[in-house]
Design a protein around this ligand. Structure first.
Ligand code: NAP
Length: 291
């Protein structure tokens, strides 16, 4: 993108996915923009299956400057990007697109957002720690690279479909001490950080794992968030885990990183996260939703 401050009209961004009507991203980016003195519009764009490439072209033709991409289009966004950051290349998934003069630049800010939330907001260092990632879907792909970059002692991927866990471990094998297995192979494992990157919480379900996955003073993190604690966080609390984190911090931090990718400014996140936790309804207000 050309100099973002040389425009005499608001810059145009959006989140594309399906569903997107509850996305908090418009409200988060509105606060970042205010903080940085940048005029921008940020919409939610609901895209039907099979319609992503066309929706992208349409948004760009109408003067769009960049996009966030969410379920189920992150892999398609990766393949449509003309250039990709190394972390997006490794993840095989793109959640941030920037419309540059010479083509479409794809990045993935999910993992760096999670690591920043864990290390800086929650004061949970990852270097030398044992990390367990539950799940091997799109979210897991996005977080593994940055988690390994934080130099843990060990990172285990456990998934319901074991073959998918092994595929991911192979993909990331040259980036750190990663192993893989099934959910039923975790007895007595004792991890310092257990990250639920499965979609189980979306249905109020729980990945079938033993309580012994948590080391003493371990932290449980669910990438999902909601008004109530997720099933995973409620279960972890029942097992005596006191350090609990939902996905709201990651959401705000990945948004800040996308803002940096688009606009070359990193907004401060602390106040936005405090406001989001205190008044989530203010972040779900009906912004424009287009199809
Ligand atoms: P996905 O690609 O559909 O992957 C789903 C994963 O969950 C697979 O590994 C699947 O296992 C597993 N799974 C589903 N139901 C399960 C169950 N009942 N028990 C055990 N495992 C189960 O989904 P995704 O895009 O990775 O999203 C995962 C989660 O991350 C969602 O809750 C999403 O909201 C969250 N997320 C949050 C943020 C944020 O900013 N906070 C960003 C991205 C994603 P199989 O392989 O066996 O099917």
């Amino acid at each position: 993108m050309s100099d973002p401050f040389a425009f005499d009209r608001p810059l145009r961004f959006a989140v594309m996915g399906n569903p997107v009507e509850h996305s908090k991203s418009p409200a988060i980016h509105a606060r970042f923009a205010r903080q940085c003195g940048i005029r921008l519009e940020y919409d939610r764009i609901q895209v039907d299956p099979g319609g992503f490439a066309q929706a992208l072209d349409h948004f760009r033709a109408r003067g769009g400057n960049g996009l966030n991409i969410t379920v189920p289009f992150k892999l398609e966004a990766w393949s449509l990007a003309d250039r990709r950051s190394p972390r997006a290349e490794l993840a095989g998934a793109v959640n941030t697109l920037r419309f540059d003069d010479d083509g479409l630049f794809g990045d993935n800010t999910d993992g760096v957002g999670l690591v920043r939330d864990l290390v800086e907001n929650l004061r949970c260092p990852l270097a030398g720690r044992r990390i367990l990632v539950l799940g091997a879907g799109g979210a897991a792909r996005g977080i593994l690279g940055p988690l390994l970059e934080a130099r843990p002692e060990a990172l285990r991927i456990a998934n319901r479909t074991v073959s998918r866990a092994h595929e991911l471990a192979e993909r990331f094998a040259t980036h750190g001490p990663v192993t893989a297995g099934g959910l039923d192979q975790l007895n007595g494992a004792g991890f310092d950080v257990v990250i639920n990157a499965t979609a189980a919480s979306l249905d109020g379900a729980l990945p079938k794992i033993p309580p012994s996955v948590f080391a003493a003073n371990g932290l449980a993190c669910d990438l999902m968030y909601g008004d109530q604690p997720t099933a995973f966080l409620a279960w972890a609390a029942d097992q005596g885990v006191t350090r609990l984190a939902d996905g709201l911090g990651m959401l705000v931090e990945q948004a800040a990183e996308s803002f940096l990718v688009w606009l070359k400014r990193r907004p401060l996140t602390k106040d936005v996260l405090v406001e989001l936790r205190a008044n989530p309804a203010a972040f779900s207000e009906a912004g424009r939703v287009s199809e």
